[in-house]
Write a protein that binds this ligand. Structure first.
Ligand SMILES: C[S@@+](CC[C@H](N)C(=O)[O-])C[C@H]1O[C@@H](n2cnc3c(N)ncnc32)[C@H](O)[C@@H]1O
Length: 212
């Protein structure tokens, strides 16, 4: 199966989720608020909130990360980007009253910001080959890196999951955390953290570009 078809399936799958459930965790294919927030907690560790900052939420869905950041009482400008127009429309509708929240589905309109967060955007590969999906992931990581000055964070399902569970889900992409760590360390920054200690079948990578 070629990548283009897998991406078509991906888009149809998530469009269906947001249309069916709306701006709640199931609309972004999470089981619930807990599952979403435990991942957000890891991703935001890349941010130094002692001064105001700008952040791109890459693959923002309906913008749940905005609400999570807002609850920290931090000062920030949020730019939600999602390739799906339906997600962006849901995000805009849910955050109309916030002057520090903007959404777009056009990647070309994004400017470079302080931080970039990418939550659960690589998990569903459908019937793409492992290697072609991995190539797409690497290409995307290069773009994420180019869009921020201070650092970025992303999460992925882990290849350290139970073999029998992974065998049942060939539609999911279980990435090798060591390979991703190595790629980020060699290409993006000397300061990279691999977080794989939060009791889920996934891991988070923090790339800090401004560490002293
Ligand atoms: C599982 S949802 C997660 C949404 C949000 N990050 C969250 O954690 O609530 C994945 C989202 O990422 C978006 N996405 C995946 N790859 C993308 C890409 N390369 N560019 C833009 N959006 C992408 C999808 O359209 C989908 O809305």
């Amino acid at each position: 199966m070629d990548l283009e078809n897998a991406i078509k399936k991906y888009k149809a799958y998530f469009t269906d989720k947001i249309e069916t459930y709306g701006a709640v965790p199931k609309g972004a294919d999470y089981n619930g608020y807990g599952a979403q927030e435990v991942r957000f907690e890891q991703l935001i560790k890349v941010i130094d909130s002692s001064t105001a900052f700008s952040v791109i939420d890459y693959g923002c869905g309906y913008g749940a990360m905005f609400d999570f950041l807002q609850r920290q009482n931090w000062k920030f400008e949020y730019y939600g980007f999602d390739m799906l127009e339906k997600m962006v429309i849901a995000g805009q509708a849910a955050h109309k009253e916030f002057s520090n929240a903007q959404f777009t589905h056009n990647e070309n309109t994004l400017s470079v910001v302080d931080y970039l967060l990418a939550g659960s955007i690589f998990n569903n590969k459908f019937d793409a080959d492992q290697s072609e999906w991995q190539d797409m992931v690497i290409e995307t990581l290069n773009r994420l890196n180019a869009l921020c000055n201070k650092g970025f964070a992303f999460n992925m399902l882990t290849s350290y999951s139970d073999a029998d569970r992974m065998a049942l889900r060939p539609d999911l992409y279980f990435a090798d955390p060591l390979l991703m760590f190595d790629f980020c360390k060699r290409n993006f920054s000397r300061n990279v953290a691999l977080l794989h200690d939060y009791n889920l079948y996934d891991f988070t990578i923090l790339v800090r570009k401004d560490a002293k």
